[in-house]
Design a protein around this ligand. Structure first.
Ligand SMILES: [Zn+2]
Ligand SMILES: [Zn+2]
Length: 689
């Protein structure tokens, strides 16, 4: 007699097992029609799953009540579409072997081996989509059937796909006693795939789909194993949602920071210098410097002190901090002194031996720093501290080096050297909460100034069932509560994520949404009980005894590279005045107004503005277009009549028409004010824009 509790708290009692689909039908025909799956006690299931015991049930439909697509529904639709795509591909390329096809945040993929036959190309997408459309139109049910593990294994062996067999073996190792298949239609007759599910009830529930792209991949991500083709696709409940998604992708392409970075000459990556190493060209350097100045000003107000530290440190430093040899894979190899190298060579030391002895600490050397923390810790430790000096807040735009696999490198988001907006706060236990609030208020201010008003925070807490965490549990409780409270004060959505804390302390991560709705994971604020212990840090308390400080690591924007990469896309390269490499371009209409243009240009430069003068013989429309190509925020067009009346014809980037005329002094002063206040536009306000 299962009692089914619905999301509104109401209960329905049945005298025998019932399917979620039946319950949906009992609630209403509309719901039954819209349903694509069920959530049973929080677990996503097929609509056809039998409910035998009392449970909480929510019927999954593509539309959320508050509007927007339901993530569970998309998950089901996309996973189901992956099956449909795989069937279509197998029909067109009978030689292929399927590997693995999961849903993703924006779609799905299927890893497929095309070995021993015709390869796939983007030219095949239309044919695949046509085949998929046919399967969708046939409205075939996704039908689940199960077998005991041993029998299922025999079936897979007979079918002869090592990939599916491996998937099944791993499922069994993880504790499955049965294996399940989903047939797209009648089992035994229709196409099927080894799959845990769940799925939408039938192919007709797939509203709109598209095969997107191809990439190469390897079985289990291992380059020594089979080479696979990853076929990406996406699917939505409706055609409109798919169209909106494709528009967003298009918009993202236009905003691609790698493309804009080149066009606006913001940064350069040079093969001769090295992959993943950003060269900040003059334009990009201006953006970075302005942002650093802004952040530094705020840090000063918050009582931080600036430090500078070298780019390398001794291996022993990182042995103490624990960064070496444990994170060896993600670091540049150590640097060893000349004499030592020569001596080792004389001994006939092999590379393997060298690595071994480095690890054991028998040879010292240097490491390009993977983190700034150890250097800042040694600064803290270099002088005695009393409880009165605490907290000590050391900040540095510190450059660190990490070894990213070459395949992962692209633009400013995955790099091998980057500058963190880093700081380390050394504080007393009772100061942690206050310091966290300070960190978050800075983030709020900076996001606000940049017009990035949609962001959320994730609070990483410890896993209550794990014993891996260092530090006193009572302190952890306090620090976790402090993170929670600090996150709440931001007034933005936040989620608590148990198990996401580092072993050394809880943390707060920032995820910002850009104007086209994409999420960027930026930086973090972390509480740390571990490093003060490892470095034996102390301050003298009111009791005249040494006490262990708590450390907070914070780099809320992550790295300047990543953050500015994100800003380029957020602004589509059209930076606000204070960040723009070139803020205003003065252009005389003809030789007759050249003197007046020079006077205006000089006045703007004298105010500290990044003004340029276009004295070329091009026609004025051409000059305006060139400035627009470089996304210069303002153009000041001056002709003889402007000169006579000491006026300026003002154009702003992105606004088609002239803004209108302004007096010489008012324009210069207005721009200077807009620069100083970082964004509140005095000039546009004059024109009511
Ligand atoms: Zn599946
Ligand atoms: Zn740190």
């Amino acid at each position: 007699m299962p009692v089914i509790t619905l999301p509104d708290g109401s209960k329905r009692t049945y005298d025998k097992p019932v399917t979620a689909a039946q319950v949906a039908a009992d609630i209403g025909a509309g719901l039954a029609k819209a349903a694509v799956g069920a959530k049973v006690d929080g677990e996503l299931r097929d609509l056809s799953a039998a409910l035998e015991k009392d449970c909480a049930l929510a019927i999954v439909t593509p539309k959320k009540r508050e509007g927007g697509a339901d993530a569970d529904a998309l998950f089901l639709i996309r996973h189901s579409t992956a099956h449909v795509m795989a069937e279509a591909i197998q029909r067109l390329f009978p030689h292929v072997k399927l590997v693995y096809g999961p849903p993703l945040e924006t779609g799905f993929y299927y890893d497929i081996s095309f070995e021993g036959g015709k390869a796939i190309s983007a030219d095949d997408f239309a044919a695949i989509e046509a085949e998929m459309a046919r399967i969708v139109a046939e409205n075939r049910p996704f039908t689940r059937y199960e077998m005991p593990a041993a029998k299922g294994m025999d079936k897979l062996k007979a079918e002869g796909s090592k990939f599916k067999l491996d998937n099944a073996e791993r499922a069994c190792e993880a504790g499955s006693t049965t294996l399940s298949w989903y047939a797209t239609g009648e089992p035994g007759k229709a196409w099927e795939d080894l799959c845990r599910g769940p799925h939408v009830p039938s192919t007709a529930k797939i509203g709109a789909f598209k095969v997107m792209s191809l990439a190469s991949s390897y079985w289990k991500g291992d380059e020594t194993l089979d080479r696979l083709t990853r076929v990406y696709g996406t699917a939505f409940a409706t055609k409109d949602e798919l169209a909106a998604h494709l528009t967003q992708l298009d918009e993202a392409k236009k905003r691609d920071h790698r493309v804009l970075g080149k066009q606006l000459r913001l940064f350069h990556i040079d093969e001769m210098v090295g992959q993943g190493l950003i060269l900040w060209t003059p334009n990009g350097s201006i953006v970075r410097q302005e942002l650093q100045n802004f952040i530094s000003d705020e840090l000063r107000k918050q009582g931080y002190t600036q430090v500078f530290t070298p780019h390398i440190g001794k291996l022993d430093l990182y042995r103490t901090s624990g960064h070496f040899p444990y994170y060896r894979e993600s670091q540049y190899p150590p640097v060893i002194e000349h004499e030592q190298m020569a001596a080792l060579a004389k001994e006939g030391c092999s590379c393997g031996e060298l690595a071994n002895r480095l690890e054991k600490g028998e040879i010292d050397g240097y490491l390009l720093k993977p983190m700034n923390c150890p250097h800042h810790i040694r600064i803290f430790a270099s002088s005695p501290h009393s409880y009165r000096d605490m907290p000590v807040r050391l900040c540095e735009f510190g450059t660190v080096y990490r070894w990213e696999q070459s395949g992962e490198i692209g633009g400013m988001t995955r790099v091998r050297g980057f500058t963190q907006d880093d700081a380390h706060l050394f504080c007393r236990e009772d100061q942690v909460a206050q310091e966290l609030l300070g960190c978050l208020s800075l983030v709020k201010l900076i996001f606000g100034t940049l017009g990035m008003n949609e962001y959320r925070v994730r609070v990483g807490l410890r896993d209550p069932d794990s014993a891996k965490y260092v530090g006193d549990p009572a302190n952890w409780d306090k620090a976790e509560e402090a993170c929670r409270v600090a996150a709440k004060t931001l007034g933005v959505p936040f989620s608590e994520e148990p198990g996401e804390a580092a072993f050394y302390g809880p943390k707060i991560d920032f995820v910002v949404k850009d104007v086209i709705g994409r999420s960027w994971q930026l930086g973090t604020v972390q509480v740390d009980y571990n490093l003060p212990e490892r470095f034996d840090l102390s301050y003298i308390g009111t009791d005249n005894q040494p006490h262990r400080p708590v450390m907070i690591h914070r780099a809320p924007f992550g790295s300047m590279e990543r953050f500015i990469g994100c800003l380029i896309e957020h602004f589509a390269g059209a930076f606000p005045l204070w960040l723009a490499p070139e803020q205003v371009r003065v252009m005389p209409i003809s030789e007759k107004s050249a003197d007046y243009a020079r006077e205006l240009h000089a006045a703007l430069v004298a105010k500290g503005l990044r003004a340029t003068l276009d004295e070329s013989n091009d026609r004025i429309q051409g000059k305006i277009k060139q400035a627009a190509d470089m996304k210069v925020p303002y153009c000041a067009v001056v002709g003889p009549r402007d000169a006579e009346g000491r006026k300026v014809s003002v154009r702003a980037f992105g606004i088609d028409a002239n803004l209108g005329e302004m007096g010489f002094d008012a324009f210069v002063e207005g721009l200077a004010q807009e620069y100083r206040t970082r964004g509140q536009s005095a000039v546009r306000a004059t024109f009511g824009r």
